[in-house]
Write a protein that binds this ligand. Structure first.
Ligand SMILES: O=C(O)C1=C[C@@H](OP(=O)(O)O)[C@@H](O)[C@H](O)C1
Ligand SMILES: C=C(OP(=O)(O)O)C(=O)O
Length: 410
């Protein structure tokens, strides 16, 4: 299935209720379970990834499929390791290619027994849950922060807590800060000094909590305002002082000509017409924003060099290659060292404006969401497999119709 996109005139000013953050929602669900909370989480995400987490936590069986949800796979591996019983945990075909050995090795060192059902180092997993024993652990901080978040959240509930020493460069650091801040909301204080994080053995205390709206989802709105000066958008539900590292998007887009104003009404984005000669950025802390910025910069004709992209190859797809392939269809010639960077020097081949261009989305919600705003510049843009957006933003297509990007299903 695909969507053929067309632009129509929209109201000058639109208001959007953004989806809730799946990162915060999935942490809160785990912390609710670990604290035996009787309270419901307010503003819980309705994304596939959160439904996957809820499905497992509410299930009566011992065999679970989390689909494409990285956080659910990693957080539940740690959680199930300490619940006495035998569990199997699997996911989508892509999930079976996303590494999990770092986390499994760490949990096995704490006394868990986790086996690989198919390929060594990858899901699906067979988990024999038991009482874990804490202590000191060393693990790489440069593969996925989700392994570390998973260990941190279970740490207070295991004997002696945990002292984690992270080796290598720490990637996605704001997600670790988010984890520790939410743990603190549930009554457990940890210490982070240098590359060592210490979590005491301590009881979690149940709490009434509300998930923030999603700053990563907001990035597509910044992109739309950057590409179409005629629209002004007010986003509802975002917090200015946020647990989400992706709130940095406001500062990135400030350089790309989108001004952010916080008020009682919400977060209002306005195009200022500012345009830099070049945009260089290290995405080590905000990997999920790379696709939004790559498409925006190309379409604004701003050469760029992005670094800190080493985790992009093990996400929903190899995002570095996916961006190179799909932006090429729009005429932009990008290059990469195929490890951690992405570059565009302004090289472009002219393409027929009226020709239909079909963008493949590689089972990656962020490919669909980052490319759809290109409809403002390219007539007849087609997005393949558009429903991938439900991984984080189920209402995406209905929402962007309000900004004047409508779709015909084909
Ligand atoms: O902890 C989280 O909620 C997330 C951490 C990041 O992953 P990595 O730590 O694997 O970079 C991010 O890309 C993902 O979308 C969500
Ligand atoms: C990388 C992502 O998700 P996850 O790793 O949780 O599947 C994402 O949402 O961009």
């Amino acid at each position: 299935m695909h969507y053929q996109l067309n632009t129509t005139t929209s109201a000058d000013h639109i208001q959007i209720q953004l989806p809730s953050s799946k990162s915060i929602s999935n942490r809160l669900l785990l912390l609710n379970a670990l604290s035996y909370s009787p309270y419901e989480i307010k503003n819980l995400s309705d994304s596939d990834d959160t439904k996957a987490m809820l499905g497992v936590l509410n299930s009566n069986t011992n065999s679970f499929d989390v689909g494409a949800a990285g956080t659910s796979m990693r957080f539940l591996t740690a959680f199930l390791s300490k619940i006495v019983g035998e569990w199997t945990l699997t996911g989508s075909e892509r999930m079976k290619q996303r590494p999990i050995k770092t986390l499994v090795d760490a949990l096995n060192k704490l006394g868990a027994k986790i086996e690989y059902i198919e390929k060594e180092g990858y899901p699906p997993l067979r988990i024999f849950g038991s009482n874990l024993e804490g202590g000191e652990l060393e693990l790489p901080g440069n593969v996925s922060s989700q392994y570390i978040s998973a260990l941190l959240m279970v740490a207070p509930t295991i004997e002696n807590g945990l002292k984690l020493t992270l080796t290598g460069e720490i990637i996605s650091r704001p997600y670790l800060e988010m984890t520790l801040a939410l743990m603190k909301d549930f009554g457990v204080t940890s210490h982070w000094k240098g590359n060592v994080i210490t979590v005491p053995e301590a009881p979690y205390q149940p709490k009434v909590v509300t998930a923030e709206s999603d700053w990563s989802a907001a990035s597509y709105w910044y992109e739309m305002v950057a590409l179409n000066p005629a629209i002004e958008v007010t986003l509802k539900g975002l917090k200015k002082i946020s647990l989400q590292g992706d709130s940095q998007v406001q500062h990135m887009f400030d350089k790309l000509g989108v001004k952010t104003k916080f008020s009682q009404k919400g977060t209002t984005l306005t195009n200022t017409g500012k345009k830099p000669g070049r945009f260089n950025y290290n995405f080590i802390n905000e990997p999920d924003l790379a696709q939004t910025l790559a498409v925006t910069c190309c379409l604004m004709d701003i050469p760029f060099h992005f670094t800190g992209l080493q985790t992009l190859k093990i996400k929903e797809t190899d995002r570095i290659n996916a961006l190179i392939n799909e932006l090429k269809k729009l005429g932009y010639q990008l290059s990469s060292n195929d490890t951690d960077d992405l570059k565009w020097d302004g090289e472009r081949t002219v393409i027929e404006q009226e020709a239909a261009i079909t963008i493949d989305t590689y089972k990656d919600h962020r490919m669909a969401m980052a490319f759809a705003p290109a409809a403002f510049k390219y007539a007849n843009l087609v997005i393949n497999d558009p429903m991938v957006v439900t991984k984080s933003y189920p209402n995406y297509w209905e929402d962007i119709a309000l900004a004047g990007i409508s779709f015909i299903e084909g």
